[in-house]
Design a protein around this ligand. Structure first.
Ligand code: ZN
Length: 192
């Protein structure tokens, strides 16, 4: 799996609810975790690797050995949020970019597990921040979309650089939006 980088249009894609849980999906989830660990991440959303469904994985410890920290969220919904907290965030789709983001401090989330059961979790602090960040991804929202106009100006040149790199990769054939969208549609037919 390849992590799509800003400004790839699939990062703006609103993921569809997942309707099918089968062995192929379990393999995809295992690969999502591998891809996340290889990139030293703590969360990874399906559309960050070009998949069209509402699913993300998380290991807030970022430690491959800590399997009890691994969580899979299918069709997640935030039921309640409370409090406000500011902290520095980064994103695997925005390499080297960091900025302060205001998020809810505590959230209550309902989602489906990989065995098809409804799961209810209350998250606080860092995991709550990761879950909100990943659910944003599934709705086509990147963490930079939360920045104020002034904070956006501060990261403007980095975003412009990412545009330049992305366009260069397209010209050289390293990135093909057309084939990525075609693949996305195939997965959508199969799973949504
Ligand atoms: Zn991210």
């Amino acid at each position: 799996m390849k992590i799509l980088k800003y400004p790839h249009p699939i990062l703006k894609y609103k993921c569809k609810p997942l309707q099918k849980i089968n062995q192929e999906l379990r393999d995809i989830v295992a690969e999502l975790f591998e891809t996340m660990y290889a990139a030293s991440g703590v969360g990874l959303a399906a559309n960050q690797v070009g998949l069209p469904f509402q699913l993300f994985v998380m290991n807030a410890a970022g430690n491959k050995e800590m399997k009890d920290e691994e969580y899979v969220f299918i069709n997640p919904v935030i039921l309640r949020k409370s409090g406000k907290a500011v902290d520095n965030e980064g994103c695997l789709s925005f390499p080297d970019l960091h900025a302060d983001v205001v998020r809810s401090e505590t959230i209550e989330v309902e989602s489906i597990s990989l065995t098809g059961e409804i799961q209810h979790f209350k998250w606080k602090d860092r995991p709550a921040r990761i879950v909100q960040h990943e659910i944003d991804h599934l709705n086509g929202i990147g963490f930079v979309d939360h920045l104020s106009a002034a904070a956006t100006r501060e990261v403007r040149s980095e975003l412009d650089d990412m545009h330049t790199i992305f366009e260069g990769d397209q010209r050289l054939g390293f990135v093909s939006i057309e084939s990525a969208i075609q693949e996305l549609k195939e997965y959508e037919q199969k799973f949504c």
